[in-house]
Structures are given as structure tokens and as C-alpha cells.
Design a protein around this ligand. Structure first.
Ligand code: AMP
Ligand code: TRP
Length: 339
């Protein structure tokens, strides 16, 4: 079997850690929704088991898992077309993760920079789950034989590990069973920066709420945050090159482009030469126009958590239909007796 024989399949996971923001929308959710009609089977997973590698308040975790699901749906993901589910309802992920725990090497795991960052100085006190996190992530992907994995730049190393695990498994058991899953990295154009500092990524961990537009912000809040966004005193330049060295201006142009579905070049053609007192109200109107309905829809969906849970339940069943035979075949390859 050659790699070309794997049917294209998309898998991505997002941690339900609360506070979805414009960066998650333009960098992930909207991209997923735009790709939905290309006809490639796509699975999107709320990775709740990854979330608990560091302690989570149970009520908040439940809420965040439902809110993330609502965020997917409000962004245009159709749970009939894509498979939306939460990781813990598909036990094949953890079953496959055990197999991969036995394939991955300690030395590989120790090189993972995300573990080093998250564990900090006190690595002895980090959970074993946090150390094993990347093997579970490899299982998420490979238990579906996924070929394409849209993720942020920071996940590249975990995707390399996923390929290393797939290659070692294939080699150790002399099979061509797992595909070499490819990362699909967001372009610089879809990277949304902080509204307070154009050199920092917009992030839920920024202490200033003014640095980000939350997907749950109402129209007034969205408008206020854009109007107060940091800028420089110059008007917008006439072309993209003129944005060099002006990270805040570049960020607002990129956000406009992302929300309008235009290229940054086209935004410059329309907006070049305008002052920020002209451009910001236009951007604020656009952001309200695109984001306020999403926020309202998330609020509406969150009124009926039973419906959200039913969507996750159905998604999990569909996911298991794909994962179960791949896991069964893996067990057989490894030599585990089943009946
Ligand atoms: P996180 O919650 O940071 O793990 O991000 C979940 C998803 O949103 C990943 O696919 C990230 O690449 C994407 N994402 C997070 N922050 C940003 C940002 N500021 N700009 C673009 N994409 C982002
Ligand atoms: N580690 C990813 C992140 O922090 C989330 C994730 C878990 C994931 N499993 C995945 C992403 C599988 C893609 C595929 O963003």
C-alpha cells in the first residue's frame, strides 16, 4: 500500500478551555467552515481529555466543551456534514494512545517544547498525562487515518511526532498501515494579533480583555474594542509594503481582510490613505456585522445544552464507526487476541 491510497480525511482538535476569540474564529473555525463544502470528510474534536492534563474545574470544563461546540456550529460548521464530537465519548482514542505509548520513545517525548513550556520549572510535578499528551494527539489523528490536520504553527512539532510514531509503527510491524498525516498550517494572514500589541498573538491567556474580541462579546463591546485598538499616528499606507514596521496597522488590515473574505492587497486598494479615525469605524462596523450574529447564535445554542449534548453524542457515534475498525486492525497487527 502506498501513501497515495489513503483517502483524504481532515482531523483537528481544539481544547475546551473557554474564551474563544477572533483568532480562533479566523485562524481555525472559519477556515474549517470554508473548507466544509470541498467534499472531504472532516472530523472536529473537542479534546476534553487533553484539557484535563492540567486540572480543570469540572463545571467549567463541561461549560467550555458545550460552548466550543456552539462556537463551531455558530461559525458555520454543519454537524450533518462534518463530524463534531468530544474526545472522551470515543474510547478508541485512549485505546490507540496506549499502543502509541508503547511505540513512542522517552527521548522523543522529552524533546517536546510544549511540555517544557507547560510544565515549567517544576516538571517533576507535572502530570503523566501532560507528558503523554502528544501520544494521545497522535492517536486522535491516526485512529481515523487522517491525512490532513489544520493546526497552528505551535503544533508542528506534535505533527512531526505523529509522523514519527506512524513510521515507527509501520516499520516495527512491517506494514503500511498508518498514513503520514500532514499539518495544514494557518498562513500569516490568518494569524490575528493582540489589539494592544501587534507583535503578540491574540490569546485567551492575555490578562487584558481589551487585547481580544471574544466570540461571546456583544455588538457594543466589539465596537468599543476596535475603536480603542492600539494604532500609530500615520494614515494607512497606499500598499502592503508600507505596512512594514507597523504591526498594529497590519493587524487591523489583516482582520478586515479576514472578516470581509478579501485579500490584504484588496483591502489596501480600498482603504490605502485613510486615517484611522476613518478606517476604525468601518472595521468596527464590519466586525459587528460578522461577529455579533455568531455571538448571538452561540448564546441561543447555549440555552439548550441538551441539544448540544445530543449533537456531540451523534457525532461521537459517527466517529466511532470510523475509529473502531482501524483500532481493531491495529490490535490484530500488534498481536492482541480478540474474538
Ligand atoms: P488554542 O485555543 O490557542 O489552542 O487555539 C485553537 C485554534 O485556534 C488553533 O487552530 C490555533 O491555531 C487557532 N488560533 C488561536 N489563536 C489564534 C490567533 N491569534 N490567530 C490565529 N489563529 C489562532
Ligand atoms: N494540541 C492541540 C492544540 O493545543 C489540540 C489537539 C489535540 C489537536 N489533538 C489534536 C489538534 C489532533 C489537531 C489534531 O492546539
Amino acid at each position: 500500500m502506498s501513501q497515495a491510497q489513503f483517502t483524504p480525511r481532515v482531523f483537528s482538535g481544539i481544547q475546551p478551555s473557554g474564551d474563544l476569540h477572533l483568532g480562533n474564529y479566523l485562524g481555525a473555525l472559519k477556515r474549517f467552515a470554508d473548507a466544509q463544502d470541498r467534499g472531504v470528510q472532516s472530523l472536529y474534536c473537542m479534546v476534553d481529555l487533553h484539557a484535563i492534563t492540567v486540572w480543570q474545574d469540572p463545571a467549567k470544563l463541561r461549560h467550555a466543551t458545550r460552548e466550543l461546540t456552539a462556537g463551531f456550529i455558530a461559525s458555520g460548521l454543519d454537524p450533518e456534514k462534518s463530524i463534531l464530537f468530544n474526545q472522551s465519548q470515543v474510547p478508541e482514542h485512549t485505546q490507540m494512545a496506549w499502543i502509541f505509548n508503547c511505540v513512542a520513545r522517552m527521548g522523543w517525548m522529552k524533546r517536546m517544547t510544549q511540555f517544557k513550556d507547560k510544565a515549567g520549572k517544576n516538571a517533576e510535578n507535572a502530570s503523566l498525562g501532560l507528558f503523554g499528551y502528544p501520544a494521545l494527539m497522535a492517536a486522535d489523528i491516526l485512529v481515523y487515518h487522517a491525512t490532513h490536520v489544520p493546526v497552528g504553527e505551535d503544533q508542528k512539532q506534535h505533527l512531526e511526532l505523529t509522523r514519527d510514531i506512524a513510521a515507527k509503527f509501520n516499520h516495527d510491524y512491517d506494514v503500511e498501515f498508518f498514513p503520514m498525516a500532514e499539518p495544514v498550517i494557518e498562513g500569516a494572514g490568518t494569524r490575528v494579533m493582540s489589539l494592544r500589541d501587534g507583535t503578540k498573538k491574540m490569546s485567551k491567556s492575555d490578562p487584558s480583555d481589551m487585547s481580544r474580541i471574544n466570540m461571546t462579546d456583544d455588538a457594543d463591546t466589539i465596537s468599543k474594542k476596535i475603536r480603542k485598538a492600539k494604532t500609530d499616528p500615520e494614515p494607512l499606507p497606499m500598499d502592503l509594503d508600507g505596512l512594514e514596521g507597523r504591526p498594529e496597522a497590519r493587524n487591523l488590515v489583516n482582520i478586515y481582510a479576514g472578516l470581509a473574505g478579501m485579500s490584504a492587497e484588496d483591502v489596501m486598494r480600498d482603504m490605502g490613505g485613510r486615517t484611522f479615525s476613518e478606517f476604525k469605524p468601518m472595521l468596527a462596523d464590519l466586525a459587528v456585522d460578522r461577529m455579533a450574529p455568531i455571538s448571538a447564535e452561540m448564546g441561543r445554542l447555549m440555552q439548550d445544552t441538551a441539544e448540544i449534548d445530543a449533537i456531540l453524542g451523534r457525532g461521537s457515534e459517527r466517529a466511532r464507526e470510523i475509529a473502531a475498525p482501524i483500532l481493531a486492525k491495529t490490535y490484530e497487527i500488534v498481536g492482541l487476541v480478540g474474538s
